[in-house]
Design a protein around this ligand. Structure first.
Ligand code: HEM
Length: 214
C-alpha cells in the first residue's frame, strides 16, 4: 500500500466515524460528540505510534529507523487531536459546561478540586497542542536532513511528554464527566498497553548496542 492510499484510508475512516457519531447524537449535541470522538481517535492513533517501536524491537530485536506507518499514524494523531482541541474550546470552555461539570457539579470530588482539575487539564492541553505542532514539523524527511538524526530523535522524544500530558488530561475529564465503566476500562487498557510495551521494548534493548529510544 502506498502512503497516499494509507492517508486516504485513514481520512475516510476518520470521516466515516465522525459522521456516524454526529448523525446519532441527540439534537444540538453533534459538536460535543465530534469533540469526544476525535479525542478518542487521537488517543488511539497516539497509542498506535508508541506501540510500533516496541513491536518492531520484539520482532527484529532492533530499533526501527524511519518508520513510515508510525509517521502517518502520528500525523493523524495530531490532526484528530487538533480538531478535538478547537471543538473542545467551543463546547467546554463556557459557563454552561462549568455549571454542569465543574463549579455546579454535586458529584465527587468537591467543586474546588474539580475546578483545579479543569484548569490543569486545559493548561496541559495547551502544552500538548504546542508539542503536537513541533512533532508535526518533525514528521518529514526534510526535518531529519536539516536537524541530523541525533537532534531529530532528541526533539522527537517530546512525544513521551505529550503522551503523559494526554493521559493526565484524559483522567481529569473522565472524572469530571463521570465516564462509564467501559470507557474507563478502555482508557486503562490503552494506556497500560503503551506503558508495558515501552517498558518491555526498553528491557529487550538494554544491554544491546542500540540506545533505548522507541
Ligand atoms: C491537543 C490537545 C488535546 C488532546 C490531545 C486531548 C485529548 C483528550 C482525550 C484523549 C480525551 C478522552 C478522555 C475522555 O473524555 O474519555 C479528552 C477529553 C476531553 N477533553 Fe481533551 N484534549 C486536548 C485538548 C482539549 C482542550 C483545549 C479542551 C478544552 C477545555 C479539552 C476538553 C476536553 C473535554 C471536555 C473532554 C471530555 C470529552 C468531550 O466532551 O470531548 N481538551 N481529551
Amino acid at each position: 500500500m502506498t502512503r497516499t492510499h494509507r492517508h486516504l484510508m485513514l481520512a475516510a475512516g476518520v470521516a466515516a466515524i465522525s459522521a456516524a457519531a454526529m448523525a446519532v447524537a441527540p439534537a444540538g449535541q453533534a459538536l460535543d460528540r465530534l469533540s469526544f470522538v476525535t479525542a478518542w481517535l487521537c488517543l488511539l492513533f497516539f497509542a498506535g505510534t508508541l506501540l510500533i517501536g516496541p513491536l518492531q524491537v520484539r520482532r527484529t530485536g532492533r530499533l526501527p529507523g524511519n518508520h513510515l506507518l508510525r509517521r502517518d499514524l502520528g500525523i493523524w494523531c495530531v490532526i484528530t487531536g487538533m480538531v478535538h482541541f478547537f471543538l473542545a474550546f467551543k463546547v467546554s470552555m463556557n459557563l454552561e459546561y462549568m455549571a454542569i461539570y465543574v463549579r455546579g457539579a454535586e458529584a465527587w470530588p468537591a467543586p474546588a478540586v474539580r475546578e483545579l482539575m479543569y484548569r490543569w487539564a486545559v493548561l496541559a492541553s495547551l502544552v500538548i497542542a504546542v508539542l503536537f505542532m513541533l512533532l508535526l514539523a518533525l514528521s518529514n524527511n526534510l526535518a531529519i536532513r536539516l536537524l541530523g538524526k541525533r537532534w531529530w530523535k532528541r526533539l522527537q522524544r517530546v512525544s513521551y511528554a505529550a503522551f503523559a500530558l494526554t493521559v493526565g488530561h484524559s483522567i481529569a475529564f473522565q472524572i469530571l464527566e463521570a465516564r462509564n465503566g467501559w470507557l474507563v476500562a478502555a482508557f486503562i487498557v490503552i494506556t497500560a498497553a503503551v506503558l508495558i510495551a515501552q517498558y518491555a521494548g526498553r528491557a529487550r534493548l538494554r544491554g544491546s548496542d542500540h540506545a533505548p529510544e522507541l
